[in-house]
Design a protein around this ligand. Structure first.
Ligand SMILES: [Zn+2]
Length: 148
């Protein structure tokens, strides 16, 4: 089976987000497979906005938007985490949705522009070094959270 260029890009991107999201909350998820699945889900959740913005299931169209859509912002990550809390009333699940959402933003900041404070139109970027330091910091924070 041969994958086209856009499908390969999407598979690599999703894999990177899941891997880094799992790393950022790894101290919390090693003991609970449910949290592992939730962390993987929330690690890629912001990319659902590509589907909404493209109004298509075509991966080529989703990847050809020009810029990352509205869920790729700090306000959206807060809102998603608030909704998660309202439904779950669980601090750990909410924390995982928040940190994996931030990790998604960090990695996208390292691989292109993100409108971090959407609807403001300013694009932000990060070097991969700063991105890895932030993700490592999230992992340390997760280690501290599990001690509480
Ligand atoms: Zn993304």
């Amino acid at each position: 089976m041969r994958l086209d260029k856009y499908t390969k890009i999407a598979v690599i991107d999703i894999s990177e987000h899941i891997l880094l999201g799992l790393v950022s909350v790894s101290p919390l998820i090693v003991k609970d497979p449910v949290l592992f699945v939730l962390a993987a889900f929330f690690s890629v959740f912001p990319d659902i906005d590509h589907l909404i913005a493209a109004r298509s299931f075509s991966i080529k169209q989703m990847l050809s938007l020009g810029r990352r859509p509205f869920l790729h912002s700090i306000p959206a990550v807060f809102l998603i985490s608030l909704v998660v809390y309202l439904f779950s009333h669980d601090f750990l699940v909410t924390y995982i949705s928040f940190i994996t959402g931030l990790t998604h933003l960090v990695w996208d900041l390292c691989t292109g522009g993100v409108r971090l404070f959407y609807p403001l139109k300013k694009d932000f970027q990060l070097s991969q070094l700063v991105g890895f330091v932030l993700i490592f910091t999230f992992m340390i924070l997760s280690f501290i959270i599990i001690q509480i």
